[in-house]
Design a protein around this ligand. Structure first.
Ligand code: AMP
Length: 600
């Protein structure tokens, strides 16, 4: 079968993929799968493409060209070194580089490619792209739209009709498309976008903020110093990416400039919260485009089955939050937003050459992992704060900042939960540790909680006091598998402890455990010797007992004994079928829990 390359010729980065066997493989070069779409000529006249060109952009911005995609279709010449080139010629340098990477990796010559373009590209821009391919020695067998490529890689198991929303936020452009898929046939129902909205604009906001702050501190405007401009731009872009996984980040650029013979350094902290406030108006514009696309397609948010995220900037956590509140939890996070377009182009190439393509397997975490927080609005200590959301490709690292609750708080408990409920009591506690020795400062002392999940499903959780660096950590094995069975067992052993003086309760076989839930169910009922169907009548009691049992590990001494006593009395009342006594004991146990939960 002939090889057809799938190429995403992006504004910021470009990638190339091929079908190998039945799989889609993204070509790597020196450990990188993204080739920066940057072209330069060095001082000796050598052509630089990708990372070397991006690096020289700092020192020689005039010898380097970025974002050429924005100029495709324009009748212009661009100076590079001592020569002038057209936009397709510059793009051809990128395509030629990708082609040589693919040939090196495959060990054979390749001459055909499918290249993707934004859905909003007009005929002139598409023709310019085809010409760039030809100049790079490639027969461009098909030009396809980026959202179509992204949808092609989405593996739907169902043969039923599905409506996908492709949200593509790249470096320079945004577009949103609504695509209907049925039996492998794709139809773009509507497409909207903004050709000048993307991650570069977020960089610009941060750049201005950093320059303004620096000017206030040192009375020097970095915008007027070309080398400083390139350095700050690169530093804020890196900082922006870190803010997608960290609540705070530091921008440090030593010797950024000098004043009166004295070196000046840039050293500034940025918070995700402040950054999000700056970019919110831009993200709201993307939601307006999304509404327009829905209106054009005559669809309602409920009609969308899946949202596919494309483009590096779609990794911004605020984007996820806004989309989830607009469309519900339908984000399909399994596809790498940087790679789905090139992979889709390769799938299209495979379809053209008649290659059978298997499932694209991507490792993801199937469960959300997070911790519990106190919500002052509802006075509840059981609010689940997700840190790594389900369907996130692994390995991955995420962190959030939390504040202490009261002045001079010296310790915090970090509980690690697995599950999807907003209420941690419905999720599974998979780890716990205590961080003590915190500085005696007013409430709101920031603790950074970081989750690192590796490819083997091992989760490392670290809590660090931001101001002092004091840290504690825990490692949890096997977080990719559901912890229900283990917890079920732990819960049963815990429960058995209450009945130690009575006849031992036999532990059910694993077979039964696997198919049954922890609470309000037959398993729980059978341990208590309750009749089938009791959980329908006693669901509230079962939930309360579960809450009390979960809470017990947080208290000691008389408080612990009190809770144990109340649970036992309540279980006895249920066993006796004593409705009045059950009602009264429920309210006593509730009161006790409210009181104690407030005080720990
Ligand atoms: P693309 O055009 O799809 O390659 O997207 C490039 C844009 O995505 C650039 O503005 C990058 O700075 C931005 N980007 C890449 N990774 C991240 C990230 N982890 N968080 C936020 N923005 C990112």
């Amino acid at each position: 079968m002939e090889t057809i390359l799938g190429i995403d010729l992006g504004t910021t980065n470009s990638e190339v993929s091929v079908i190998r066997g039945n799989d889609v493989v993204v070509i790597e070069k020196d450990g990188h799968r993204l080739l920066p779409s940057v072209v330069g000529i060095d001082l000796s006249g050598n052509l630089l493409v990708g990372h070397p060109a991006k690096n020289q952009a700092i020192l020689y911005p005039e010898r380097t060209i970025k974002s050429i995609k924005r100029k495709m279709g324009e009748d212009i010449r661009i100076k590079l070194g001592d020569q002038e080139y057209s936009p397709p010629e510059i793009s051809a340098m990128i395509l030629r580089t990708l082609r040589s990477y693919a040939e090196e990796s495959l060990g054979q010559k390749v001459s055909k490619a499918v290249i993707t373009v934004p859905a909003f590209f007009n005929d002139t821009q598409r023709e310019a792209t085809r010409l760039a391919g030809e100049l790079a020695g490639l027969d461009v067998v098909r030009i396809i739209n980026e959202p179509t490529a992204a949808s092609l890689i989405y593996n739907s198991d169902s043969t039923q009709q599905e409506t996908l929303l492709v949200y593509d936020l790249g470096g320079g452009t945004f577009d949103v498309s609504i695509v209907r898929v049925e039996d492998g046939v794709l139809e773009v129902l509507a497409s909207h976008g903004d050709t000048h909205l993307g991650g570069d604009d977020f960089d610009q906001l941060l750049f201005d903020y950093v320059c303004d702050t620096f000017k206030k501190q040192h009375k020097v405007d970095l915008r007027e110093i070309p080398v400083a401009v390139s350095r700050v731009l690169q530093a804020v872009e890196e900082a922006k990416k870190r803010l997608s996984v960290e609540p705070f980040t530091q921008i440090k650029e030593e010797f950024i400039t000098e004043k009166n013979g004295i070196s000046l350094h840039l050293d500034m902290e940025l918070s995700r919260m402040d950054y999000e406030e700056q970019i919110l108006p831009l993200l709201e514009k993307t939601l307006t485009c999304l509404n327009d696309a829905l209106n054009d397609a005559h669809l309602h948010p409920d009609d969308i089955d899946k949202v596919i995220m494309v483009g590096g900037a779609s990794r911004t956590p605020l984007v996820h939050q806004l989309l989830e509140s607009r469309l519900g939890s339908k984000l399909h996070g399994e596809i790498d937003p940087d790679l789905c377009v090139t992979m889709g182009a390769a799938v299209q190439g495979g379809l053209i050459s008649g290659t059978k393509i298997g499932r694209v397997l991507i490792d993801i975490t199937p469960h959300t992992l997070g911790t519990n927080v106190f919500d002052p609005m509802t006075n509840s200590p059981f609010v689940f704060s997700p840190i790594i959301k389900r369907n996130t490709p692994i390995p991955c690292s995420r962190s959030n900042a939390y504040g202490t609750l009261y002045d001079k708080q010296e310790a915090v408990d970090i509980d690690v939960y697995q599950g999807e409920s907003d209420d941690v009591r419905q999720n599974v506690l998979i780890g716990h540790f205590h961080l003590s020795g915190l500085a005696k400062v007013p409430q709101g002392n920031q603790i950074i909680c970081r989750f690192d999940l590796d490819i083997n499903g091992i989760l490392h959780v670290t809590a660090t006091e931001k101001n002092t660096g004091l840290a504690g950590n825990i490692t949890v094995e096997n977080v990719l598998t559901e912890h229900k069975t283990e917890v079920n067992q732990a819960f049963r052993e815990h429960l058995n402890g209450f009945f130690a003086d009575e006849e031992a309760i036999p532990v059910e076989s694993e077979e039964v455990v696997d198919t049954e839930l922890v609470i309000g169910d037959k398993n729980f009922a059978s341990q208590l010797g309750l009749a089938d169907g009791w959980e329908k009548r006693y669901a509230k009691e079962a939930a309360l007992i579960q809450r009390a049992v979960t809470f017990i590990s947080k208290v000691t001494g008389d408080d612990k004994k009190d809770i144990e006593k109340r649970i036992k009395e309540l279980v006895d009342a249920i066993n006796r079928n004593d409705a009045d006594q059950t009602t009264s004991l429920v309210s006593q146990l509730e009161d006790l829990l409210y009181y104690l939960e407030d005080s720990v």
